[in-house]
Ligand binder design. Structure first.
Ligand code: NAD
Ligand code: UDP
Ligand code: UDP
Length: 310
């Protein structure tokens, strides 16, 4: 029961997950097409005999023998997923079908990295799992949001129709070491800008909110979810409920970096959600999970990482 496939394993979250699985004693097959991931994220694991790297695109079928699958393959930052939106939808939808087909043949338990984006620009705050969301189906975020929503549908239909053991988590904004420096997400953008002494780019008036989870906390949640009883299928929110405006985040980053950067204001991207905070009651009750790392401590670790690579 120990052969684990991680799709998107060379990405930010995937590489942390591969590390954690290896240290738990598993055999890890890391699959990635390196669209946004990088070999540097997993280079230190290549020497380990229980680690194997496979260059492959999840939109194509894959025949391997595994016991568990973590399906993370998908670009996650708006800049990256909007660069080739058709490919983004294909990755979520065809990728889910192929990985579910693989799970069906091997009877593997399969985990889906879904997202808070399924809630769109929400009218309910904070967002519980029971909220169906408010997504613009034809906007520029739809390739990601609707792709992920359709993937959830496929997971639940394979569960109902073929009795697959599924585990669906909805991840809220997560940050930490190994984020791509150019991936366009707000935490990496602000830290890189502050270290380089450039103005921090605030989109809109900076009053929109997000809730940021440190990567180690999130990976704890992944492990707990995969190890939970078979009838716990989700969807379940994972994220840190501490909520900040982008202006507050910018000020924190500038002060922790000790930078003299100023703020500059840019246009708000289309369909940018105005507020986002997870209701994590379910994760607390069913997984005994809650995040531990404060934004300040997590930012310090992330800043240390970016200083090292820039
Ligand atoms: P990331 O871009 O660093 O990682 C995604 C990985 O998937 C990359 O290594 C990329 O090369 C790979 N990939 C993309 N398309 C592929 C394909 N067709 N075939 C094989 N590999 C492919 O992003 P991340 O932050 O690590 O996100 C991982 C997963 O978690 C994604 O599914 C994302 O939607 C989800 N998620 C992340 C966050 C977050 O805040 N980090 C929030 C919500 C959901
Ligand atoms: N698939 C795969 N690996 C497997 C089994 C299936 O990649 O080990 C793919 C296959 O390409 C198929 C998809 O998963 O198109 C869905 O499989 P399923 O068995 O559900 O559907 P079917 O083969 O009947 O279309
Ligand atoms: N954002 C910003 N400046 C940046 C990058 C992002 O103000 O340089 C804002 C963005 O408009 C959004 C929030 O920060 O309101 C989070 O953006 P991110 O791309 O990190 O994630 P998502 O929008 O998917 O939550």
């Amino acid at each position: 029961m120990n052969r684990i496939l991680v799709t998107g394993g060379a990405g930010f979250l995937g590489s942390h997950l591969c590390e954690r699985l290896l240290s738990s004693g598993a055999d890890v097959l890391c699959l990635d097409n390196f669209y946004t991931g990088s070999k540097a994220n997993i280079a230190h694991l290549l020497e380990q005999p229980r680690f194997e790297l496979l260059r492959h695109d999840v939109t194509f079928p894959l025949y391997v023998e595994v016991d568990r699958i973590f399906n993370l393959a998908c670009p996650a930052s708006p800049v990256h997923y909007q660069r080739d939106p058709v490919q983004t939808t294909k990755t979520s939808v065809h990728g889910a079908i192929n990985m579910l087909g693989l799970a069906k043949r091997t009877r593997a338990a399969i985990f889906q990295a879904s997202t808070s984006e399924v809630y769109g620009d929400p009218e309910i705050h904070p967002q519980p799992e029971s909220y169906w969301g408010r997504v613009n189906p034809v906007g520029s975020r739809a390739c990601y949001d609707e792709g992920k929503r359709c993937a959830e549908t496929l997971f639940f239909d394979y569960h109902r129709q073929h009795h697959l053991p599924i585990k669906v988590v909805r991840i809220f904004n997560t940050y930490g070491p190994k984020m791509h420096p150019n991936d366009g997400r707000v935490v990496s953008n602000f830290i890189v800008q502050a270290i380089e002494g450039k103005d921090l780019t605030i989109f809109g008036d900076g009053q929109q909110t997000r809730s940021f989870c440190y990567v180690d906390d999130l990976i704890d949640g992944f492990m707990k979810m995969m190890d939970s009883p078979e009838d716990l299928i989700g969807p379940i929110n994972l994220g840190n409920p501490a909520e900040f405006t982008m202006l507050e985040l910018a000020e924190k980053v500038i002060s922790l970096v000790g930078s003299r950067s100023k703020l500059c204001f840019k246009a708000l991207p289309e369909d940018d959600p105005k507020q986002r905070r997870p209701d994590i009651t379910l994760a607390g009750k069913l997984l005994q999970w809650q995040p531990r790392v404060s934004l300040e401590d997590g930012l310090k670790e992330t800043i240390k990482y970016f200083r090292g690579i820039l």
